[in-house]
Design a protein around this ligand. Structure first.
Ligand code: OGA
Ligand code: NI
Length: 341
């Protein structure tokens, strides 16, 4: 398997990594004047209308952007940086150390791959990634690598802490929607927690390559750490791309397809992509909260009525994943398949 992190330092981009012009990161459609809202998760602030300010801010950001950053979330910058560092160290290990983890078998608790598990026949992405089943920890920990040193310990600690943040945000969203605060706490968020650790080495010409093509996340919610090495993530906002600026110690939060469906479109799953850069390696860690595979997904009945009819069909989460995996290059069309209007 070819990893970008194993390539020699090239002066030009190898042909197989060069995207056709229509898929390249054209700069003219980036809106540099808009930044994502940054939400302070420290509790206890009530506004003049007696509303919890955090819930108000999350709902406002969620409805307008589908994306926001959170600070003061309870995880120290050091814990996040340790996790980013140990992941980066993994990719920087010698090729023969990494070889044993090459796979694209989604049933494995840990594997290393390059580009993407989809779009196999097309241009290669300037990206290596780890796909990790993280929670329940005891179910998977024995299948995680022992190198780099302390990898398992750091990953365990990070998983538990990020899981708490995701649960907290889901509670705030449930309240903001007028649902019971534990609305998402059952089967909707009790699937395995998975991580996708992305590694984008410096690229000789970022204008020709992509780290990740535009996509929406298919789970319930994503909590992403991106370090501060470089800007790379962009989110769609009013038909343009905006940069998701790195903030030390912050997490980027975005909604997956399942949250859009359950909220009947009140909160949207928003397209995003990752660009490469020519100077430093960038590592990002997406932690994905998933429904259980046998969970019935449907618009919350509390959110639908005569004036707001259900926008999506009911389905079992497993069937969504099957449709998504089968759609290969066209997986952005998957949500359409579950839409009623
Ligand atoms: C993802 C993703 C963005 C990034 O892994 O789904 O969107 O910044 N990552 O690497
Ligand atoms: Ni994503």
């Amino acid at each position: 398997m070819e990893l970008v992190s194993n390539l020699p330092v090239y002066q030009t981009v190898p042909e197989r990594y060069i995207f056709p012009p229509d898929k390249r990161p054209a700069n003219d459609i980036v809106n540099h004047s808009i930044n994502l809202p940054v939400i302070d998760l420290r509790g206890g602030r009530i506004d003049s209308d007696g509303q919890d300010e955090i819930i108000r801010d999350i709902m406002k950001a969620g409805k307008e952007f589908g994306f926001f950053q959170v600070i003061n979330h309870g995880i120290s910058t050091k814990t996040i940086d340790n996790m980013l560092q140990v992941c980066e160290n993994f990719f920087k290990m010698p090729a023969q150390e990494k070889e044993r983890y090459y796979s694209d078998d989604m049933s494995r608790a840990f594997f290393l791959n390059s580009s993407t598990q989809y779009d196999k026949s097309q241009t290669r992405y300037w990206r290596d990634y780890l796909r990790i089943a993280c929670y329940p920890i005891e179910e998977f920990v024995d299948q995680w690598p022992e190198k780099p040193e302390n990898f398992r310990e750091i990953l365990s600690e990070y998983t538990l802490r990020v899981r708490e943040i995701a649960s907290k945000i889901l509670k705030l969203i449930a309240e903001g929607l007028g649902l019971h605060k534990d609305y998402f706490a059952g089967d909707l968020s009790k699937g395995n927690i998975k991580m996708e650790v992305n590694f984008y080495p410096p690229c000789p010409d970022p204008s020709l390559t992509m780290g990740l093509l535009p996509h929406c996340d298919r789970q319930l919610i994503t909590v992403l750490a991106q370090g501060t090495a470089a800007t790379g993530l962009q989110a769609k906002y009013k038909q343009k791309w905006i940069n998701v600026k790195p903030i030390p110690g912050a997490f980027v939060v975005n909604f997956g397809h399942q949250l859009e469906i359950v909220t009947n479109g009140i909160l949207k799953s928003v397209e995003h992509r990752a660009l490469t850069n020519s100077t430093v390696a960038r590592t990002s860690i997406a932690t994905m909260t998933m429904p259980r595979m046998d969970c019935l997904i449907a618009p919350a009945k509390e959110l639908v009525n005569e004036n707001n009819p259900p926008m999506y069909k009911e389905f079992i989460f497993r069937d969504f994943i099957k449709a998504y995996d089968a759609a290969l290059a066209n997986r952005e069309g998957v949500l359409e398949f579950f839409k009623l209007y």
